[in-house]
Design a protein around this ligand. Structure first.
Ligand code: GAR
Length: 206
């Protein structure tokens, strides 16, 4: 990423969009040299779309219907991202697994946030998986996306405690608070060109 120009982000969402909101807030505060070029949702009723529209950000509803092949869905997503001149793709609660079509179109330029300390508790219901396993700590992970499920190189992680009486909802809420600052911090590192990916490892320069 260029350290001089605002980096153009394409943010993919499926739901409430609290992480999207945290990114918008950091940009508007002047703390993140980036511009959200578009928000793409695979759900027409995602509240994230309302959040984006409130800030004048272009939105695209790109639903799964009509795309029996995941690769053809992703090919269209790539076209939308390219038409908005996106440099960096942000998966902010986007509940679809990407195919090689997307991953190869944006090498080391797709970031995801996952609500667990990877490589533990990959996939869906990561918070409930953590509760069921009995771990004392969980958290969130920001990582680059590769062709696996939640397997790409890890950029940042934050730890939160798991309380004895936690439900999926209470643990999710605690993790989400950590997600909001962790995701923005990781995006800032990438946008500022402070990240080098060496195999599985991510080196952060000062
Ligand atoms: C976040 O907790 C994020 O970690 C999770 O979806 C939530 C989206 O919340 N993502 C995944 O589980 C991806 N596997 P938000 O829409 O309020 O940002």
């Amino acid at each position: 990423m260029s350290a001089n120009l605002p980096c153009r982000l394409g943010v993919l969402v499926s739901g409430s969009g609290t992480n999207l909101q945290a990114i918008i807030d950091r940009i508007e505060a002047g703390d993140l040299c980036a511009e959200i070029a578009c928000v793409i949702s695979n759900k027409a009723d995602a509240f994230a779309l309302t959040r984006a529209a409130r800030h004048g950000i272009p939105v695209v509803v790109h639903e799964n219907a009509g795309f029996p092949e995941r690769q053809s869905y992703d090919a269209t997503t790539v076209e939308i991202l390219r038409s908005h001149k996106v440099d960096l793709v942000i998966l902010a609660g986007f509940m679809r697994i990407l195919t090689d079509v997307m991953v190869n179109a944006f090498p080391s330029a797709i970031m995801n946030i996952h609500p667990a300390l990877l490589p533990s508790f990959q996939g869906l219901h990561a918070q409930q998986q953590a509760i069921d396993y009995g771990v004392r700590y969980s958290g969130c992970t920001v990582h680059f996306v590769d062709c696996g499920t939640d397997t790409g190189p890890i950029i940042l992680q934050s730890v939160v405690p798991v309380e004895q009486d936690d439900t999926e909802a209470t643990l999710s809420a605690r993790i989400q608070k950590a997600e909001h600052h962790t995701f923005a911090a990781a995006i800032k590192l990438v946008v500022e060109g402070k990240i080098q990916v060496i195999g599985r490892k991510v080196r952060i320069s000062a």
